[in-house]
Structure formats: C-alpha cells, structure tokens
Design a protein around this ligand. Structure first.
Ligand code: UD1
Ligand code: CA
Length: 454
C-alpha cells in the first residue's frame, strides 16, 4: 500500500467578494500569499508533485508562485470539477490525487498526511474531509444514509431538510486517480449554478461501485475558506496565533503576542525577547538572547546572537553578535554588520560592510562602502556614492576617525589610522596615519557689525 500522492490546488477563481484588483489566492496572510501556504503544506505532507489550476489573471498568479509547481489552465471558470479536469495528464498514473483549494491557507501537513493514511488504510476510492459547523450556511452538505456517505449537496441545490445538516464539505479530498477520471466522464452541469461540481464525482464514484470515506476534521479552523477581506483578517489572526505559539514553546519570549507578526518561515533562537509592534518576515533568522523591538521590521535578514534592534528597519541585511541597531536605523539590502558594532539613531546603511567594533552612532548615511574595524563615524557623515549616473564605493580602513559632517566623495579611500577634520568634503584618497582637512579656513572680520552699521 503506497502513501504517495500528487496534489491539485484550485486557484482559478476570481474571488469577486475580495473586492480587489489582485487575484484572491495572492492575498497575503502575514507575509505570504495564501496559495503558497497550501503549496508548502502539500510538499511537507509528502506530495510528490503539484499542479495549480489557474485562470483568472493567470499570468500574475504564475509569476508569483514561480516554477516550483506545474500548472493547468482553466480559461473559463465552469466549476470545481471542470477545474480539476484541466490538470489533464497530471491526473494519470498510479499515485493518488489530493485536491485542495488555494484559498484555505490554514490547512496543515499533519491533516493532509492523516487524510492520506486513512484513505490508504480503508482502501477508499475517494476520501473527503468534513467538518461539523454550528452555522453550515454556504458550504456543501455531507448527506449520509446511516453512517455511509450518500452525496454532497451544494447550498444552492439543497432542500430545507438538507440545509439543516451541519456536517459540511471542507473542499479537501484524496482520490484514486483512475476512479476520478472515470467519474469525470459522467459529470454534468445539471444544477442550480450550471457548473461542473467536483462534489458530484463522489456520488458518481459510489454509484460506480467505489468506496467513499469521510474523515471528520478535528479543527474546523484549518478549513476556513477566505472569500472576503474579513475572512482574510480572521485567517491572519489564527495564523499569527499558531506561529507565535510555536515560537513561545521554543523558548522565545513575546511580550505581546497579539501585537507581534512573524512569518511562517522565520527562525528565532531561545531567550530572544520580541517586544510589541514587531513585523518579522521572509526567511529571516534571528539567533538567541537578542532583544528585538519595540516596533521593528525585519525582512529576510540574518541576525546572530545577543543583538539589540530597537525601532528599526532591516531588509536583506546581516548583523553579527553583540551589535546594537537603532533606535531609528535603516539597514538596506546587502548591509553586512560585524560584531560589537553600534549603528545608532537615524543611520542608513546600504550595500556596505561594517567591520567589528565600528561605531556609526548618529545621523549618517553609509552606502556602497567597505568600512574596517574600530572606525568612529562622527555625526552627520555622508558617503557621496552617486554622481547622478553611476555609483562608486568608499573604502575606509581600520581605526579611522571620521570627523563630524564629513562628505566622502566616492570613489575614495581613507587608509588605516587616518583622521578627517569635521566639515571636510574628502575627494582625494587619505593616506594612513594622516589628517585630511578639506574645508575653507575660517576668517573673522573684527568690528564688522559696527563698520557696516547693522
Ligand atoms: C466548494 C464546494 C463546497 C465546499 C466548499 C468548501 C463545490 C461545487 N463546492 O464550494 O461543497 O463546502 O468549497 O470551501 O466544489 N475554482 C476554480 N475554478 C472554478 C471554480 C472554482 O478554480 O471553475 C476554485 C476557486 O478559485 C476556489 C475553489 O475552487 O479556490 C473553490 O471554489 P468556490 O467557488 O469558492 O467553491 P465554494 O462555493 O466555496
Ligand atoms: Ca470557497
């Protein structure tokens, strides 16, 4: 008995109720589009291959998801059954076919695995996941005769008696591929919506002599379908709770979990403290014993151990041990900050390396620069890296002292142990151990006020 399966993920619908220019499945829950969660969990559950059915704004959906999946194109949205048919040859072969929706981002790999296991253990032709809801309005109802599956009836086609049934279809199934393909031959669109319902294939399979199993879900939250921005907000709240619980159980301290947003793929070490108002996203990795926040945004960055980041923004940056960042610092892409560095208030770093022990304490821009160890930047330093057409680099050696309000006009090098005088605009290389002064000499016109009669 094999557990191996492929997954078809439905994502062709427009999602009219989102009231948005963006296709529904691309709306983000925290930092990732909904459909990405469904793909990730399918892979985690062991899906050997994935086919996403796209239609509405297909180019945009495809561009966002990329080439880690195959695609089926449904040019006209004629129903969920018709959508699965567009997977074509993908449905052929010995492996089972799981069907999921791109708009149910809360599904977990554990549940998918359990579904595949039950499906195999019971040797079913198809197994559908159901859930029991207090208010089943809108969902397809699971109609049973006694314990046995009878059929699924959509809300719009249901009688009053059927509508009273609280066991509903989650829209997640696993099929024996051959039984599904055979059922498609008999599928019609003879219903209230004139659509080819995937749900009808279960009754067809049963009538063809196949065995239909039902797995009742433990946690209906996993199958929350997002059809509106209200439901997107609900899904975000549940996802945030789940992710934050995971980190807290791993030893991360979240002072205000309700007000902390951490992406699904973020890794955080033990005894790191996250203060309120942080947004940590992408493939960010944070070490242990750090203090992050309050109010910091960290995107796809790597932060090592014992680092403090206060009220700051970081994108694609690297920060090494014992360094402090902020308040109000901005580390832009390709900033590499060493150990025991201080990046202070209103400092912006871009595409630069700052080596160990250096201090850039206030009101400074360092762009396209390579800075050595134990350098001190005076307040208000600017690396002038752009001449309107091209970008150039600055090189600053070890133990350099940059005076306040220095402009370093790139390309320029300040060698080891050199000093620049405050207010200098440095346009020529500064040799090691020297002092560069590049500013007009001060002249005092004595008695000037009296002479000019001001
Ligand atoms: C569907 C089920 C219903 C179930 C519910 C669970 C059917 C007929 N009904 O209803 O029993 O309770 O899900 O959430 O299957 N899609 C396409 N192409 C289409 C139509 C839909 O790709 O032609 C996609 C949508 O983009 C969406 C998914 O299929 O991701 C579900 O479609 P939707 O119209 O939301 O189905 P429901 O009415 O919710
Ligand atoms: Ca739906």
């Amino acid at each position: 008995m094999s557990n191996s399966f492929k997954a078809v993920i439905l994502a062709a619908g427009q999602g009219t109720r989102m009231k948005s220019k963006v296709p529904k499945v691309l709306h983000k829950v925290i930092d990732k589009p909904m459909v990405d969660y469904v793909i990730d969990e399918s892979i985690k559950a062991g899906a050997s291959d994935i086919c996403v059915i796209i239609g509405h704004q297909s180019a945009m959906v495809k561009a966002m998801i990329g080439d880690r999946v195959k695609y089926g194109l449904q040019t006209e949205q004629l129903g969920t059954g018709h959508a699965v048919m567009q997977a074509g040859d993908f449905l052929k072969g010995d492996e089972d076919i799981a069907v999921l929706c791109g708009d149910t981002p809360l599904i977990t790999a554990e549940t998918l695995k359990k579904l595949a296991d039950i499906h195999n253990a019971q040797n079913n032709s198809v197994t559908v996941v159901s859930m029991i809801l207090d208010d089943p309005t809108g969902y397809g109802r699971i109609i049973r005769s006694g314990e046995n599956f009878e059929k699924i009836v959509e809300q719009k086609d249901a009688t009053d008696e059927e509508k009273a049934c609280r066991e509903v279809n989650t829209g997640v199934y696993i099929f024996k591929g051959a039984d599904l393909t055979a059922a498609f031959e008999k599928l019609t669109n003879n219903n209230a919506q004139g659509e080819y319902y995937l749900t009808d294939t279960l009754e067809i399979i049963k009538n063809n002599g196949g065995k239909v199993g039902v797995m009742v879900a433990d946690d209906p939250d996993e199958f929350l379908g997002v059809n509106s921005k209200l439901q997107l907000g609900e899904a975000t709240t549940i996802m945030k709770k789940r992710i934050n619980a995971f980190h807290m159980l791993n030893g991360v301290t979240l002072q205000d979990p309700d007000n902390t947003y951490i992406g699904k793929d973020v890794k955080i070490g033990e005894d790191t403290l996250i203060l309120p108002g942080c947004y940590i996203e992408g493939d960010t990795e944070i070490g242990s014993d750090c203090i992050i926040g309050p109010n910091s945004r960290i995107t796809s960055s790597k932060v090592n151990n014992c680092v403090t980041v206060q009220n700051s923004t970081m994108i694609n940056a690297f920060v090494d041990n014992y360094t402090t960042v902020g308040p109000y610092a901005y580390l832009r892409p390709n900033s590499k900050i060493g150990e025991h560095v201080r990046i202070g208030d209103f400092v912006e770093i871009k595409n630069s390396t700052i080596d160990d022990g250096t201090k850039v304490s206030h009101l400074t821009y360092v762009g396209d620069s390579d800075v050595g160890k134990f350098v001190n930047f005076g307040c208000g330093t600017v690396t002038v890296n752009y001449d309107g057409k091209n970008k150039f680099r600055c090189k600053i050696g070890d133990n350099v002292f940059i005076g306040c309000n220095t402009n370093l006009v790139a390309p320029v090098e300040v060698a080891d142990n050199a000093y620049t005088a405050a207010g200098s605009t440095i346009t020529k290389d500064v040799p090691g151990d020297s002092l560069a002064i590049a500013r007009a000499r001060q002249e005092n016109k004595e008695g000037w006020r009296v002479k000019t009669g001001k």
